[in-house]
Design a protein around this ligand. Structure first.
Ligand code: IVH
Length: 688
């Protein structure tokens, strides 16, 4: 690390010297220009190819503009591999067609283990081996491009097109920052033609789609379309801004003296040239290796910054590839083993409406069942009515349904080409469950049933939430038991749970002696919740576990929490005005107050935090500003709360102390004006 820092310092000082010399003489030598250009290309490679920047962005920008200035004053200096030359002029009259020297093939697919096994068996037979060595690479969801370097310099890039003839997209591919315009090293082949995949990071794809959406423009359906659409832009500036990525996955031609005997060595050579090779690529020794890698990458898939849709396996040995041969479409020595699609098209039969714990009404798509990645899906979330309108979803449409990991499946988009007789989805006028009136709750089309004490799904789910593991943790009280307890009128709400008797429970269907005993035991055990779990269990809108913990730290007991004024709630860090209002509304409803009292009457004994507070802190009000040297800010906040003091975000007359670090904000001036005591970090530690 130290070495790296020293190296950076050395590089920087030398560069500054160069530039000073330049401005002194005003007549810049070509040598100095080349040095600066080389430095910038190195920095760029470290940043874009190796993800390991060695200079700050500001330093890079500064040097870049120096280079640009020199080029403006000395146009004859401008080198083809100057970083300023990535963005060239617009292409007029469309892209010209180019014939590939060797046709660019496509790949055969495997969609299950059997397909892969028969591929591997055939390869072994053709090769006359037991375990032919393979090379595995992710199948990037992008488009294939053929790139030519001459004497180490980037000269052209052509799309795959129909495999025989593609389009010359040199000006766009040149803008890809991780593609070197000049190969590293002193010895480079005269001719190098490589095949690469051009793709986009998911974050960049989402960002542009959001921008397009705001402008009411058509968005890209998937990252592949994004990459393909971008590579075909006539103005290279657009391509430059969209931040495309590249991985090299093959060599089409290279000088004979540079030829390796296998693909893995060839890829290593390309890497030494500074070309971007995927770090996940792996050598495979046998079938079980291949499957292990497939499973490993399938699990990793969601955490990668780009999309992949399978694994490409290639025979590693080039001589064996020749023996195995190819069909007129695809090589017989390679296969793309696709991941199970996490998206399927199906028919949208109907839309139903679900009422959630807090009364929110969610439209749900009822689908013709489909198998998505091994899971049968017949319902999917439509989120809310704005979403339905935006995606223009109708009953009778064919829709694409997506699922990712454990996430609830959702309708992604409509297949408009299959639209025939469809009907619009209408917003219900009444609660689909209890038929009482519903209310729009935000500027978005989100609706809520207001009948919280009389609407069955709300009652059931609030009891279910109350007894869940992270709340009161009542073992053995599943949703079906809750439903039968409510339907049999044994309970109306969660406050009735603790007055349940053995004889009541025995009346229920499917509840034998043992399960009744277990449930009574768990109810008994659950009677001593910690204060934070109790707060969470109440089910106050938007008060999750974390907030419940913060509240439990702030208040002495449940009564002081119930009586807290809106301003006092808003003053607590992490509680915004909306949540404060939710809390106030909750306790303003008499039914909720009665419920809490009933819980306590029925034996619920809340365990409060046993705090031994520091006398300098107890009941004092603190505000923090600036950054600190010894403790992270979070730690300081924790000390304040854990010692019985209040932490708020704004300085007022009521503030007792402002803990002030480096670079304080406006709070410092305000505290001075209001005569609030100001503590620096050392003084704060002394007080502790
Ligand atoms: S090798 C031009 N390796 O898959 C043929 N292809 O289905 C290149 N692809 O058109 C075949 N990742 O766009 C190869 N690691 C990889 C790949 C890959 C994605 C794409 C490529 C090709 C398509 C064939």
């Amino acid at each position: 690390m130290m070495l790296l820092v020293l190296q950076q310092v050395k590089m920087k000082t030398q560069c500054h010297q160069d530039l000073r010399e330049m401005s002194y003489t005003n007549k810049i030598s070509k040598k100095l220009y080349n040095q600066l250009k080389k430095k910038l290309n190195t920095y760029s490679e470290q940043y874009h190819t190796y993800d390991a920047p060695t200079v700050s962005d500001e330093e890079f920008d500064r040097l870049y503009s120096q280079l640009k200035d020199i080029e403006t004053n000395n146009p004859s200096f401008i080198a083809d591999d100057s970083p300023t030359q990535r963005v060239g002029a617009k292409v007029h009259g469309g892209f010209s067609k180019v014939k590939h020297i060797v046709p660019m093939m496509s790949l055969s697919n495997a969609v299950n283990h059997t397909d892969f096994s028969s591929f591997y068996k055939r390869v072994n037979e053709d090769a006359g081996l037991m375990n032919t060595k393979l090379f595995a690479e992710p199948k990037f969801d992008g488009l294939a491009i053929c790139i030519t370097y001459q004497n180490g310099e980037f000269v052209s890039a052509v799309t795959r097109g129909d495999g025989r003839v593609g389009e010359d997209v040199t000006s766009n591919i040149k803008t890809i920052k991780s593609l070197p315009l000049k190969l590293n090293g002193t010895e480079v082949p005269k001719k190098l033609i490589i095949v690469a995949e051009v793709f986009v990071f998911i974050k960049d794809f989402n960002m542009l789609n959001k921008q397009l959406e705001k402008l009411d423009k058509k968005t890209f359906a998937n990252p592949r379309n994004f990459a393909a659409g971008t590579v075909r832009q006539l103005d290279p500036t657009i391509c430059y801004k969209r931040n495309l990525q590249i991985y090299i996955h093959g060599i089409m031609d290279i000088d004979e003296s540079y030829r390796d005997s296998n693909h893995s060595e060839a890829m290593r050579r390309l890497k030494r040239f500074g070309l971007n090779i995927c770090e996940h690529n792996k050598k495979i020794n046998n079938e079980s290796d291949a499957l292990e890698f497939y499973n490993f990458m399938n699990n990793k898939r969601d955490s990668l910054p780009y999309e992949i849709d399978g694994i490409v396996y290639k025979v590693d040995d080039y001589a064996l590839r020749e023996i195995i041969g190819k069909t007129n479409k695809a090589p017989k020595w390679s296969i793309a083993y696709k991941f199970k699609s996490l998206e399927m098209r199906t028919y949208l039969k109907d839309v139903t409406f679900q009422v959630g714990r807090t009364g929110i009404i969610t439209p749900v798509a009822e689908l013709d069942p489909v198998n998505i990645g091994g899971v049968k899906v017949s319902r999917a979330s439509l989120h809310n009515f704005d979403e339905i309108q935006k995606k223009d979803i109708c009953i009778g449409d064919y829709v694409f349904v997506k699922r990712a990991g454990d996430v609830i499946p959702e309708v992604d988009r409509v297949d408009k080409t299959k639209r025939k007789n469809v009907s619009k989805i209408t917003i219900p006028k009444k609660c689909p469950s209890c038929r009482s009136s519903i209310k729009r709750v935000s500027t978005q089309s989100i609706f809520r049933c207001e009948n919280e004490y009389g609407c069955m799904p709300q009652i059931i789910q609030s009891i279910s939430h109350f007894s869940s593991r992270k709340a009161m943790n009542i073992n053995g009280l599943g949703e079906s038991i809750i439903i039968s307890l409510v339907e049999n009128k044994l309970i109306r709400d969660y406050a009735d749970l603790f007055s349940l008797k053995k004889s009541d429970l025995l009346k229920l269907e499917r509840m034998g002696e043992l399960s009744v005993k277990n449930l009574i035991d768990s109810l008994e055990k659950a009677k001593e919740p910690s204060f934070d779990r109790f707060i969470f269990a109440l089910g106050i809108r938007e008060v999750g576990e974390t907030l419940a913990r913060i509240i439990a730290n702030e208040f002495k007991d449940i009564h002081s929490f119930m009586e807290a004024k809106l301003v006092a709630l808003e003053d607590i860090k992490d509680i915004g005005p909306i949540v404060a209002k939710n809390i106030e509304d909750f306790f303003r409803k008499e039914k909720n107050v009665i419920k809490i009292n009933r819980l306590i009457e029925n034996g619920v004994n809340i365990r409060y935090l046993q705090k031994s507070f520091n006398k300098h802190f107890e009941n004092k009000s603190f505000v923090i500003t600036g950054s600190f040297k010894i403790f992270p800010r979070k730690k300081i906040e924790e000390y304040i709360i854990n010692n019985g003091a209040k932490l708020s975000s704004t300085v007022s007359k009521k503030t007792d102390f402002l803990v002030c670090g480096d670079k304080p904000g406006s709070k410092y001036e305000k505290a001075k004006n209001l005569n609030v005591k100001i503590l620096n970090e050392d003084e704060f530690i002394k007080l502790l």
